[in-house]
Design a binder for this molecule. Structure first.
Ligand code: ZN
Ligand code: ZN
Length: 161
């Protein structure tokens, strides 16, 4: 009695695989995830990242579960779509954690410190060279600042009455 010869698994090519639902026009889905034509993916199961986001969800620590051909390529089955959308399983998605107010304030404080000029008090939309110049470039060079680059300095915590 001889042991059955071990056939190397995963050697496709000459093997007609009729058991798996294979798209003959799909030449290699990364990770072996299914590809759906436009509008054919089960909407209750899959959603794009953007659709998840609209539902207040995010992909929950798992990769994409399927790919979706773009609308154009779905009508041309012989063309390989190069703009596939990734689909994620809705049942595995997680709720988006809203940033807490305190976290947001702390973040803003940190940013404000790097964006506010101690000399003129203007807060810029970008970080200032405080380590080198210690102030904003317009202050340093004594030139007028571009008004589109900053917000007005903060005035107290109540508006002038
Ligand atoms: Zn396409
Ligand atoms: Zn300044």
């Amino acid at each position: 009695m001889t042991a059955p010869a071990a056939t190397p698994a995963g050697k496709a090519g000459d093997v007609a695989d009729g058991l798996v639902d294979v798209d003959p026009y799909d030449d290699g889905t990364p990770g072996g995830i299914p590809t759906y034509d436009w509008n054919t993916a089960p909407k209750a199961e899959f959603a794009t990242r953007r659709q998840l986001r609209a539902m207040g969800l995010r992909p929950g620590g798992h990769g994409p579960a399927a790919e979706l051909k773009c609308r154009k390529c779905s009508f041309k089955p012989l063309t390989e779509c190069r703009h596939k959308a990734l689909l994620f399983r809705i049942d595995l998605a997680k709720k988006v954690r809203p940033m807490t107010w305190a976290k947001e304030v702390a973040l803003d404080k940190a940013m404000a410190a790097r964006q506010t000029c101690p000399s003129c008090g203007r807060r810029y939309y970008y970080c200032l060279p405080l380590k080198t110049l210690g102030m904003c470039v317009p202050c340093h060079d004594d030139v007028p600042a571009d008004p589109t680059h900053y917000t007005l300095p903060r005035t107290g915590h109540h508006l002038a009455a």
